[in-house]
Design a binder for this molecule. Structure first.
Ligand code: G3I
Length: 337
């Protein structure tokens, strides 16, 4: 058995991470994490509703256990995330009478949240997703019409970065989003990042989630995105990588007769080819890419098993349900070191 894992093969390129929960930190999964990865992200446990479900009441214990597992095993921690329209508890947006709060009050609450969370892990979390998914899905619109946007306009993004920077000046600060290789999202994301840079906002990089499929992105789309974002002087991290065996468009539908629920040899080959292509590209851009993180450990359990169709199995990762490396794994480490 080769003692080396992904992190060792990629040591001259970028760190390799994985999204985890507390349940993953013992037994076989913990062994796999320690062998393969040198960065972890909390899949859910550092989000706003987990950290501060009630105003002023913070839940540190689960997040602490992830950070201490990582520190004990010489693994770095990426923080996810400080401000998002999902998993943001509703108390943020209303006063005691249920009336929507003012911009001043909301920004004050955002500041206290960021001060507390970033402050607690100062020095132990090397990079934060400061703002997550602020761009609208509708390509004719710019920023998402979330509570944050309705109350604060674009300022919530700027302020979130300023608060995070003040709370830990050494942490690297990222804006994180999905579908960032699709042209319609790419142009709007570029516009946002450019405007943040021009305003002098303390942003270090862009997190490209990389919830991909065997159908996309193409090599050209991926390369174009990397070059475009890095031309702003930003670092890039691929923060939530998985390669679904279903096309995203079909996600809207319930499982149909012609949709595979099995990981057939044909799907396996397509997935292997996609993983090979994206890692070939990543290695070429090692000067701007500083981390690649997988969203979940193995095909035993991934968020895609229940999204958007509950009970449909997906096979998006490099390890199978028995934690054995898949063909795609061997392809990802098969390069001239
Ligand atoms: O909170 C309840 C919990 O009390 C209950 O025990 C449990 C039982 O199912 O459900 C719990 O909440 C779930 C939560 O995950 C914790 O497991 C939510 O229903 C479920 O919606 C939530 O899903 C997470 C999702 O973010 C939320 O939008 C996924 O695990 C997580 O993988 C996913 O991650 C996001 C990134 O943060 C941002 N980018 C997209 C990515 C995938 O959607």
């Amino acid at each position: 058995d080769d003692p080396r894992g992904l992190k060792d093969f990629y040591k001259d390129y970028f760190s390799i991470g994985v999204a985890v929960g507390k349940r993953n930190l013992a037994g076989e999964e913990a062994m796999l994490i320690k062998k393969q990865f040198n960065s972890v992200t909390a899949e859910n446990d550092m989000k706003m509703e987990m950290m501060q479900p009630v105003e002023g009441r913070f839940n540190w214990s689960t997040a602490d256990s992830i950070v201490s597992f990582a520190m004990k095993n010489n693994i770095k921690v990426r923080g996810h995330n400080l401000c998002w329209h999902e998993q943001a508890p509703s108390w943020f947006f209303v006063d005691k009478d249920g009336k929507q709060v003012s911009k001043e009050v909301l920004l004050q609450r955002l500041k206290s949240h960021i001060d507390a969370v970033v402050g607690r892990y100062k020095g132990n979390i090397y990079a934060w997703d400061v703002v997550n998914e602020a761009i609208d899905d509708d390509s004719t619109k710019y920023l998402r019409d979330s509570k944050w946007y309705q109350i604060c306009g674009e300022d919530f993004i700027i302020k979130a970065f300023e608060y995070a920077h003040a709370a830990d000046p050494d942490a690297k600060l990222y804006y994180n989003d999905y579908n960032t290789e699709r042209p319609e999202k790419r142009e709007r994301l570029y516009k946002l990042l450019k405007s943040l840079k021009e305003k002098g906002v303390p942003i270090d990089g862009v997190g490209l989630q990389a919830h991909w499929s065997i159908y996309e992105p193409t090599e050209n789309e991926l390369v174009t995105a990397i070059e475009k974002y890095s031309s702003l002087g930003l670092k890039i991290q691929f923060t939530e990588l998985d390669i679904s065996v279903y096309p995203w468009e079909k996600f809207k539908r319930a499982r149909g007769a012609n949709e595979p629920d099995e990981f057939t040899p044909a799907l396996e080959a397509q997935q292997m080819a996609k993983y090979k292509m994206v890692f070939d590209v990543f290695r070429r851009y090692k000067n701007v890419i500083t981390n690649v993180t997988f969203w979940n450990i193995s095909d035993r359990r991934t968020w895609l098993d229940s999204y958007p169709v509950a009970g449909r199995k997906n096979y998006p990762l490099l390890f199978d349900a028995q934690f054995k490396p898949k063909k795609a794994y061997w392809e990802v480490i098969n390069f001239k070191k």
